[in-house]
Design a protein around this ligand. Structure first.
Ligand SMILES: [Zn+2]
Length: 212
């Protein structure tokens, strides 16, 4: 578990922040998730590494796979209750095969950018991806019939990428819009056409996971 460590090869260019106005709903939801401790940084969790990150597609929505631009929260921003333009960065391209991400902005992108890019590649209707860490949802995934990647597939590996692709082929994840990452402790991903849709899905799952 090395949440804050960038495992992929990052081509990063320092650049001006992106406009925040189109990201207002995303940023609002990021704050909600932070207050639920689904995103954060805690010395008692994951060796103190940041956890959780949010992203949203921007610009050319017809772009081909691997180039579906998105804005993602920056690495080591988990401790901040609220983010602003200094804490988001733009991912221009990504390639799971070579583990490469190219990004530009005021901060390096989250170390989980490839997972976000992979989801945007799997479904062009996905506009927002929220990755959180929830012991409640993760442990209740079976009971709630939330699709889960195989435990043998570790975070940030080609095996995890293959597992997510398998879920899109063989489960109802497209309808549920949420899955648990079996091989990534407490890792949960929700997605949708908007931040509200993905955020609502997460909060409903959190509520359901605590009923019993
Ligand atoms: Zn994670």
């Amino acid at each position: 578990m090395e949440e804050g460590v960038i495992k992929y090869r990052l081509q990063f260019t320092e650049a001006a922040p992106v406009a925040m106005k189109p990201l207002a709903a995303l940023n609002h939801w990021r704050t909600i998730l932070w207050h639920q401790a689904l995103i954060g940084q805690d010395p008692a969790r994951y060796d103190g590494y940041d956890f959780g990150n949010v992203s949203q597609r921007i610009e050319d929505l017809d772009a081909p796979r691997g180039k579906r631009c998105f804005v993602i929260s920056g690495t080591r921003t988990g401790h901040l209750p609220e983010l602003d333009s200094r804490h988001y960065t733009q991912v221009m391209s990504y390639d799971a095969a070579s583990n490469t991400v190219s990004a530009a902005g005021p901060v390096k992108p989250s170390s989980e950018s490839l997972t976000h890019g992979m989801l945007y590649d799997l479904d062009n209707d996905i506009r927002v991806v929220l990755h959180v860490h929830s012991p409640d949802i993760w442990q209740a995934a079976d009971r709630l019939a939330i699709p889960a990647t195989n435990r043998a597939a570790a975070y940030g590996t080609p095996a995890m990428a293959a597992e997510v692709q398998r879920l899109f082929r063989n489960s109802d994840v497209r309808e549920r819009k949420i899955f648990s990452m079996g091989g990534h402790e407490d890792g949960v991903v929700a997605f949708g056409a908007s931040a509200e849709e993905a955020g609502d899905t997460l909060l409903r799952a959190l509520k359901a996971s605590r009923e019993y």
